[in-house]
Design a protein around this ligand. Structure first.
Ligand SMILES: [Zn+2]
Length: 320
């Protein structure tokens, strides 16, 4: 995968779930029937539907109150975390990652870091990106991976660098990661995951169905589709950002063509955290003419609109 989010999905290996014994053991039948009988009794109460309506109204009010527009793309989304709380969590993530990769982070003087840093600086020099809020780390690790934290720390593994055949391809990767942070995708993901984990727990407790199984079902229904949508959003705006910085957007096509050729295991789309490689390739094809125009003009209307409204970057408030 191109990018790894700091938040880990609770997706169990599907092979486990395919075993018949697992399905049988995953359900506590005694508790399930007990809960069903209790529910039927409670439903006969005249106050039951009043309580359901009350709770539903409260949940609806909380949901509506926390709706907002995604920076840059303007998509309406639920975000209960807020940026300040996410930044606090981001510090924890940062400490954890630094501890994990402490021995493998390359020094800024290394050839690999210098190369990526040059591209990185050119991209974050775009107006409004508050260049001094970003930091780059290159990890000496063969995994083809890059990720970003809410505090603006971008991590790139040398495995991905070695896979890239040009600076344009590295720029596409960096643009993608930068966009995840600018659009505050971590806040959005946490806002979905935390209530769902809570509901999973309650449902599992009441129904007697294994919590991992409930978690798998809610991941497939609610979390993974949103994750794929975020990745597509970061792909689209990331390639625009790379093009705006002067890099060739067609590099995305060459990179994803090679990536698709390497794909070995066919996993159903609905189990992916990211869109399938061939789908990303099709998307980049459809965005190419617009991205080329952005490169030619050195400007992107979508970014200019976002800057003009001053609602896109949290860092913009600190660096007017
Ligand atoms: Zn990503």
């Amino acid at each position: 995968m191109l990018c790894r989010k700091s938040l880990c999905f609770r997706l169990n290996p599907p092979r486990v779930a395919q075993r018949r014994e697992y399905w049988y053991r995953a359900v506590n039948h005694q508790r399930l029937f007990g809960s069903w009988n209790t529910l039927r009794t409670v439903m006969r109460s005249p106050m039951f539907y009043a309580h359901i309506a009350g709770v539903g109204t409260l949940v609806g009010m909380v949901y509506c109150y926390n709706l907002e527009r995604t920076p840059i793309s303007g998509r309406v989304r639920f975000n209960i975390m807020g940026e300040s709380m996410t930044q606090q969590l981001g510090k924890k993530y940062y400490e954890r990652e630094m501890e994990r990769y402490n021995d493998t982070i390359l020094p800024p003087t290394s050839t690999e870091h210098s190369l990526v840093q040059r591209i990185f600086e050119r991209i974050v020099a775009s107006p409004g990106l508050a260049a001094d809020t970003w930091k780059l780390y290159v990890i000496n690790d063969p995994v083809r991976q890059a990720f970003v934290l809410p505090g603006g720390e971008v991590f790139v593994h040398t495995g991905l660098l070695n896979f890239c055949e040009s600076e344009d391809e590295i720029a596409v990767v960096l643009g993608h990661e930068i966009m995840h942070r600018l659009m505050q995708h971590t806040s959005e993901t946490l806002s979905r995951v935390l209530p769902i984990i809570f509901v999973d727990y309650l449902f599992s407790l009441a129904s007697g169905i294994d919590q991992d199984l409930v978690g798998l079902a809610t991941d497939v229904m609610f979390l993974l589709p949103r994750s794929r949508a975020q990745e597509t959003e970061a792909d689209y705006f990331g390639v625009q950002l790379a093009a705006k910085s002067g890099y060739d957007p067609s590099a995305a096509l060459s990179m994803w063509s090679r990536w698709e050729a390497l794909e070995e295991e066919v996993v159903p789309v609905y189990l992916h955290t990211h869109p399938p490689h061939h789908q990303r390739l099709v998307s980049f094809h459809s965005w190419l003419s617009e991205a080329k125009r952005t490169r030619l003009q050195g400007r992107s209307q979508v970014f200019e609109n976002a800057f003009a409204l001053q609602r896109c970057f949290c860092a913009l408030d600190r660096h007017p």
